[in-house]
Design a protein around this ligand. Structure first.
Ligand code: UNU
Ligand code: FES
Ligand code: FE
Length: 446
């Protein structure tokens, strides 16, 4: 039996090392998190036409995301209902139907079983085709970003994103026309627990100046002042950190959206051209966010950097390995040259072989594998930075921490992670909707 109470201590900000290592914790995550939360599947821009599809994963389950004739999207498990063979082996394409390699069963664009070889002769009309479609997944999209969920009781996607929509509305479907993804995604394996990169993206402003010291020094610009945590680093002016009801969160560095770009003119001009509209329609707080650099995670395993514009899904492969999928986020209305330039910059920094990506990978792997040691893994992990220097804010929804270098959104992520592991169903989660943030006791901080 797993003692979930011991796994996370919200008051002090600590976690058991079992969260990165234990096989039973991982099985519970598959059951209670990945089977019940909304998981990112793909962007509408990747499958623009009817019949377009892509294949992806929801944790370790293979799924097909398919653009329907009526313009809607469906997703279904990519495993034949006959003898279980994987039906579609392509990464993406356009298909009238999906034909299984093994015995030739044919599934429609909507996953329904539409044809079976020699059906009358071999099954003698005893096959209930209508009950043998590919297993359906709930699908909903927000501003073009398509998510899937296995739990019929889960709230609608927009409610799941919740307060985080207020932030996302600045960039994903905002006054500048919103964003889309450039693919196909780069794919690579990394030997780490899936939560190590997720927590890093949700709120690790602390590692930036140290892990990435050399890269930031090379790139120059605003963030070079962070390199090596220099004494002249403008610490108190380093933005904010946010966490929301369902563990989604981010940190923002002010006026640094394009700081990691070597060639930034096109993108910086696009942002400058649009900031007035953002201010007018969404107000000065979100204009501030629009011009900043975000490190962000959407619970449970999707992360992005706004500004640098890498967009990642951390697909778990057991407790100690992940498959990393990397897309590039680009403003929909930027010209093609600017989009290409943003993609080159995102790949150079956070692509599979990116300079900053490789800085991070070694830490993520080693933070996982040290827990192989029986004594080592009995210790705990600390995420106490900024405790009490955070609270509800008069303008920004959720809980706001005082600097982008803090661990407010780590604590928010693990608070919800623990809540999901403990909740028997979504009704039990809803029961906490009015008091989810009571662990942040400094109510008048802002
Ligand atoms: O490495 C990161 N996650 C990062 C780098 C975050 C913010 C700025 C630069
Ligand atoms: Fe943070 Fe070592 S200093 S993990
Ligand atoms: Fe990093």
């Amino acid at each position: 039996m797993i003692d979930t109470a011991e796994l996370v201590d919200n008051a002090t900000g600590s976690q058991s090392r079992k969260v990165f290592w234990d096989k039973d914790v991982y099985q519970l995550e598959l059951e209670r998190i990945f089977s019940r939360c909304w998981l990112f599947l793909g962007h509408e821009s990747s499958i623009p036409k009817p019949g377009d599809f892509l294949t992806t994963f929801m944790a370790e389950d293979r799924v097909i995301l398919s653009h329907q004739a009526d313009g809607s999207y469906k997703a279904f498990i990519n495993s034949c209902t006959h003898r279980g063979n994987q039906v579609c082996h392509a990464d993406s394409g356009n298909a009238k139907a999906f034909v299984c390699n093994y015995h030739g069963w044919v599934f429609g664009q909507d996953g329904a079983l539409v044809d079976v070889p020699m059906e009358a002769r071999c099954y003698h009309n005893n096959l209930e085709k209508s009950e043998l479609g590919l297993k359906q997944v709930r699908v909903e999209s927000y501003k073009g970003f398509i998510f899937g969920c296995h739990d019929p009781e889960a709230p609608p996607l927009q409610e799941y994103l919740g307060d985080f929509c207020w932030y996302l509305d600045t960039i994903w479907g905002g006054p500048d026309g919103g964003m889309e993804l450039l693919g196909p995604p780069m794919k690579s394996l990394l030997s780490c627990n899936w939560k190590v990169p997720t927590e890093n993206f949700v709120g690790d402003g602390y590692h930036v100046g140290w892990t990435h010291a050399a890269a930031l020094q090379m790139i120059g610009g605003e963030l070079a002042a962070l390199s090596g945590n220099r004494a002249d680093m403008p610490f108190d002016d380093l933005g904010l950190q946010f966490t929301t009801r369902h563990g989604h969160g981010f940190g923002v560095i002010d006026n640094a959206a394009t700081a990691i770009h070597v060639n930034r003119e096109g993108y910086q001009k696009f942002l400058e051209d649009n900031r007035g509209k953002v201010r007018e329609e969404l107000g000065p707080e979100r204009e501030r966010l629009y011009m900043g650099h975000w490190n962000s995670s959407i619970f449970p395993n999707c992360s992005f950097l706004y500004g640098t514009n890498t967009f990642k899904i951390w697909h778990p492969r057991g407790p100690h390995e992940i498959e990393v999928w990397t897309y590039t986020l680009v403003p929909r209305n930027a010209d093609d040259e600017t989009k290409r330039s943003i993609q080159r910059e995102a790949i150079r920094s956070f692509g599979t072989a990116g300079t900053l990506e490789s800085d991070d990978g070694e830490n993520m792997s080693s933070a996982t594998y040290v827990n192989q040691g029986r004594i080592t893994r009995q210790g705990r992990l600390n995420s106490s930075m900024g405790v009490q220097r955070e609270g509800p804010h008069p303008v920004y929804p959720g809980i706001v921490g005082v600097s982008f270098i803090g661990e407010t959104s780590y604590r928010g992520f693990y608070r919800f992670w623990q809540e999901m592991l403990e909740a028997p169903d979504w009704a039990a989660v809803h029961a906490n909707d009015d008091n989810w943030d009571e662990m942040w006791t400094n109510r008048n901080f802002w």
